[in-house]
Structures are given as C-alpha cells and as structure tokens.
Ligand binder design. Structure first.
Ligand code: ASP
Ligand code: MG
Length: 403
C-alpha cells in the first residue's frame, strides 16, 4: 500500500469553501487508489474565531500568566475543531474518514509545554484505520506524554507533525499544502519580483526558515532530512501547479556545473524586530553576563566579540530583560532598535569569490547603511535599519538575479 501524508495549513481550512477544496484534493488521491493520512492546522490565522491565537487569548484575557499546561490544552482544541469538521465534510462527500487527536494517533512528546519535541510515533491506530479503507485525519501541532499530558509542538508545529508521521509511516514524500504556489526566492509582499522555486535543498530551506522566512517549520525540515523524506510544497487553491520540491542536493546545482557562477544563490530571507547591542566590555565580568543571558533564554545572534567591545543582536522582546542584566552590572552599552536582518542563502556560496563584495556594492548603490554582517558557509546576513529592509531585499535579489 502506498501511503501519502498531506498537511493542510490554517489558510487551507479557514472556511467551508476552502475545506471543500481540500476534500476535492483528497478525493482525487483516493480515486488513484492511494492511502491518505491528512494532518490539519487550526482554522485560519490571527483574528479568526477558532485560530490558535484566538484560543490563547481566551485564557490570557482572564489571566495574563495563564499556566502553560492549560494553554496547551486550549491550543490543542484548534486542530481538533478543524479536523472534526473536515472529517464530517469528507463523509458528507461520500469518503470514509476518521479523525484522530495527536494522542489517538500515537504521537508521543517529551512533555515540554508549548514547545515539545516528538519522541516517538506508535502508528498502529493509523495503520488500523487505513486498513479499513478510511482517510485518516490527524490533528497537527499536538501530542501526548506517556502519562497523558497534552502538549503542543511550538507555533507552526503542524508541519512537524506531518513530517514525523511521514517518517513513521516510511513515506517517500510528504505534501504540505498552503496558500502560495511554493517556496519563493523572497517574501512576495516585500519583493514583487520574487519567483517560485521548483527545487530547494534541506539546508537552504532550513536556513530560510531560520532567518525569518515563513516557509516551513525548521524542525519539520530536520526530521525530513533525517528520514530522507522529500517535501512537496503545494497550493491548495492551485493543486495542479507542481509547487516546490524540498530534498537533498538540488539538481539545479548539479546541472549547473559552473560552480563559480553566482546563479547558485537561492533566496533572500528577512527578519524584522531586531535590536543591535554594543557593550563596552570588561573581560572579567563578561563570562558572568553570558551565564545570565543563557539562563534567561536570550538567544544572541550576529555575534562579534572583540577585546574592547562585544556586539550582537537580539529580538526586541528580549530587550528589556537584557538591559536589566547589563544595568545590574553597570556596563556601558548602546542599543539600536528597529533593525532588520536580511540574509542571502545559497548552499554553494563557499569558495565563490566576490559574493560579499557584490552585496556591499548593491547595498551602497541603494544608499543602505550596512550596520553589521555575519556569515556561514551558506548564508550572508546583513543588519540594516528596518526602514531599509525592503530596499535591501530588493537590492540583493536583483544583484544575484534571483528573479
Ligand atoms: N495552529 C498552530 C499555530 O498556529 C500550528 C500550525 O498551524 O502549524 O501555530
Ligand atoms: Mg505553518
């Protein structure tokens, strides 16, 4: 039996009309004789009546410090609502289906509320339902501990559920349905010339997600890579479009043997809401400060440590707590708020000369102030002021001819 795992995101199930489209896709696959496991997100995004954020607010409205355990319970309801409706709609369309919560589907987690990892999937129940010819609808984003506590997998975690189930069922491919034709070379709301990529490798898509692009949950990519599962990103409203395929080494690169070509760059990601910190350092106490930063779960990025000065960036949300730490130690520092990180991504940029030079030229031609940079073997990140973010994405996208 060939099992296909499909995941439908929040926008794909936000209304009865959209769900009907999901039913049509499922019906099509069923008619081809495939066995289907369908993972769903909660209905709609922020503001929608049964969206995850709405459910969180139901608790937070009565207590800003709602307990994580209860928040996970209420959050888990979003996917139960969408999944049960979709199951009933399928049955109404003459397709036999059954809905399973994360726990009923055998998804076991480590018990960390709001940010659990999946430890194990016991797929017996899923197999049993498939054997009976049913489409199995599973609530994404949730699982259970061995002792029965419901936990969620971190925001956007339905992707992770789908890929983990695909791995447990030994599928070759998992299909992720969303509201665009595939993964694009940049966020199309920021860069009008962004285009859909037909192919991207695990590392690049992981970097895109990590550097702020809302493409797919990074943990889902990790699991896909560990199980060598290809992911097809597709549009629920345009299912005949081939979408973007995510797997190992990109054929685009293998075909393009000209390793020196700058066309091997793949995408530009961006992330707003960043603050740049520069601390006049007193070596002796900096270790202590780093310990406090760690214990407060503040993650530092674009780290540049010199003897005289330590420069790094953090998310705005963590700014207050960081300032408290620095003030407590009487340190001299400056903060530049409202910055954005713009990152060029391409697996094979290592060894290609002139990538940084091109970026610097492109930004300077557009009169953008480059505040700081950092790089890895497949990324170059530029810190700019938020007001320059759009032009920076455009300048880099254009310079490397990603369109
Ligand atoms: N509904 C959850 C969220 O909004 C999980 C997901 O959609 O992937 O984060
Ligand atoms: Mg998502």
């Amino acid at each position: 039996m060939t099992i296909v795992v499909q995941k439908f995101g929040g926008t794909s199930v936000e209304s009865y009309e959209k769900m009907q489209q999901v039913c049509n896709i499922i019906k099509n696959y069923k008619e081809k004789g495939l066995d289907l496991v369908v993972v769903v997100s909660a209905m709609g995004r922020k503001g929608a009546p049964y969206a995850t954020d709405t459910l969180i607010n139901l608790c937070k409205n009565v207590n800003e410090n709602s307990s994580k355990r209860e928040l996970d319970l209420i959050m888990s309801c979003g996917e139960i609502i969408s999944g049960t409706i979709l199951t009933n709609m399928l049955k109404g369309n003459g397709i036999d289906a059954v809905f399973l919560t994360g726990s009923q589907a055998g998804i076991y987690t480590d018990g960390k509320f709001s940010d659990s990892r999946i430890l194990d999937i016991k797929p017996e129940r899923i197999y049993k339902e498939l054997d009976e010819g049913k489409v199995v609808i599973v609530a994404g984003f949730q699982g259970t501990t061995e002792s029965g506590e419901v936990t969620t997998l971190g925001r956007g975690g339905s992707d992770t559920s789908a890929v983990a189930i695909g791995k447990a069922l030994e599928c070759e491919t998992v299909e992720i349905y969303t509201d665009v034709d595939g993964i694009m070379t940049a966020d199309p709301r920021v860069e009008p010339e962004a285009k859909v990529l037909d192919y991207i490798n695990y590392e690049e898509v992981f970097q895109m997600a990590d550097k702020g692009a809302k493409v797919i949950h990074p943990r889902a990519v990790e699991i896909a890579k560990s199980g060598s599962i290809a992911l097809n990103i597709k549009n629920t409203l345009n299912p005949s479009h081939p979408g973007t395929r995510i797997s190992g080494m990109s054929p685009k690169f293998e075909v393009n043997k000209e390793a020196k070509s700058l066309h091997t760059m793949t995408a530009v990601a961006h992330k707003n809401g960043i603050a740049q910190i520069k601390v006049k350092s007193k070596e002796d106490i900096f270790t202590e400060i780093m310990n406090e930063i760690e214990s407060n779960e503040i993650s530092l990025d674009m780290i540049n440590f010199f003897v005289e000065e330590k420069a790094f960036v953090i998310d705005h949300e963590k700014l207050k707590i960081l300032k408290d730490i620095l003030n407590n130690h009487d340190l001299e520092y400056t903060v530049k708020e409202n910055c954005a990180k713009v990152t060029l991504i391409g697996t094979k940029m290592t060894g290609i000369p002139g990538v940084m030079a091109k970026i610097v030229r492109a930004l300077s031609k557009s009169k953008i102030n480059l505040l700081q940079t950092s790089d890895s073997n497949m990324t170059i990140s530029c810190l700019v002021e938020e007001k320059d973010m759009k032009s920076a994405v455009h300048a880099i996208h254009d310079e490397f001819k990603l369109n």
